[in-house]
Design a protein around this ligand. Structure first.
Ligand SMILES: [Zn+2]
Length: 369
């Protein structure tokens, strides 16, 4: 239900039935999405995993239809959330899986309680309700087999939702924290530095028991290489078959560590954006709310430069001198060539001041000329 084939090529992943994404674009969307209380969702999934089976006691018989109705509503709301997230939002995922599964086995159940379905009351084509009077031990052997099959399918169905929720928890509680560590130096790390951050981070998770608390994929995956036409070009792609979302997120994350496609939290608006191997930035390119044409990256870079200038006397003197000379050039008191020459000289002076070849006073005096 949540599985798919995916092809990896360069900095992209192509997901069968959903289209192309940049490396780590899917993870960025999950990091950014305002997920509901995941622990609560997980508890609900586990509870349905325990309770959803053919009723065994009279008590369970009495409550069974109510249980199925609540579960149907719960999994529909999960489906609605999943439909907003890639890659599933771009697929035509089937909804109502629980309802359809129950209807495959509707010979066990009555749509209305207490009605025997004889000629005058033919069975409806689909059941909306699932009432029964019989406990598991009341069933004859053939029916027992059917009930066991139903139980197994119910367990598998709920398990897939549970693993999806666990995959979401891992995004928030493992991957997000790892990414913070990775971006601590505010620059791209090389392979060795990345490996060191990874090793330190994962050694801190050793005590954890649950897979969704660990840096691990979920489900199963298999890999083959296949020729595939991408952008009108035939290339050899890595093709994976993933049984879960957690598998693709894991592989994609490591691809991104290699090719510098990495989600990061914006230093100004706090939302996630994807660094795409271009110049490292602390800020996203979303428009700021008050001025549409300005992005957080514009604002952030200006702020970073201003902070830097104010804490760096050499840069402060240089910037002031530069502005003065630039004004002279604008007022045509300096020719373009003269200004260019001066600008080169000023950069040289600045470097010599940083290298302590010039004292700060010498530098300040020379650059104002
Ligand atoms: Zn931002």
């Amino acid at each position: 239900m949540f599985g798919f084939d995916a092809y990896f090529y360069k900095n992209r992943v192509l997901i069968e039935g959903a289209g192309q994404y940049k490396t780590n674009e899917i993870l960025t969307a999950f990091l950014e999405y305002d997920l509901p209380d995941l622990r609560e969702l997980l508890e609900s999934c586990k509870s349905y995993e325990r309770k959803l089976h053919y009723p065994e006691t009279f008590d369970e018989v009495a409550r069974f239809d109510g249980l199925v109705q609540r579960a149907t509503t719960f999994f529909s709301s999960l489906d609605e959330m999943i439909d907003q997230l890639p890659p599933y939002r771009d697929m035509k995922r089937k909804h109502n899986s629980l309802f359809e599964l129950m209807n495959e086995h509707r010979y066990f159940f009555d749509n209305e309680p207490g009605i025997d379905h004889y000629e005058n009351y033919p069975r409806p084509e689909y059941n909306d309700h699932f009432y029964t009077d019989l406990t598991f031990s009341d069933l004859d052997p053939d029916m027992c087999d059917g009930a066991l099959q139903l139980n197994q399918k119910l367990r598998e169905l709920v398990e897939q939702y549970r693993i999806f929720v666990e995959d979401c928890i891992r995004v928030k509680e493992v991957y997000a924290v790892f990414l913070e560590k990775l971006h601590q130096d505010k620059e791209y790390l090389n392979a060795k530095e990345t490996a060191e951050v990874y090793r330190t981070f994962t050694s801190g998770l050793k005590e954890r028991i649950r897979t969704y608390d660990k840096f691990e994929p979920s489900g199963t995956m298999s890999e083959v290489f296949v020729p595939q036409t991408i952008d009108d070009e035939l290339v050899l792609c890595e093709k994976y078959r993933f049984s879960t979302l957690g598998g693709v997120l894991y592989i994609d994350l490591f691809k991104g560590l290699n090719n510098h496609f990495l989600p990061r939290r914006c230093g100004l608006c706090g939302r996630y954006f994807l660094l795409e191997a271009t110049a490292y930035s602390l800020f996203c390119t979303r428009s700021t709310t008050d001025r549409k044409e300005k992005t957080y990256r514009d604002l952030g870079h200006r702020k970073t430069y201003a902070d830097k200038v104010n804490s760096d006397p050499i840069l402060l003197v240089y910037t002031k001198a530069y502005k003065q000379h630039y004004a002279r050039y604008l007022k045509t008191k300096m020719s373009q060539n003269e200004f260019r020459e001066w600008a080169n000289y000023a950069l040289e002076l600045r470097q010599r001041a940083y290298d302590r070849e010039l004292s700060f006073e010498e530098f300040a005096e020379e650059i104002r000329k």
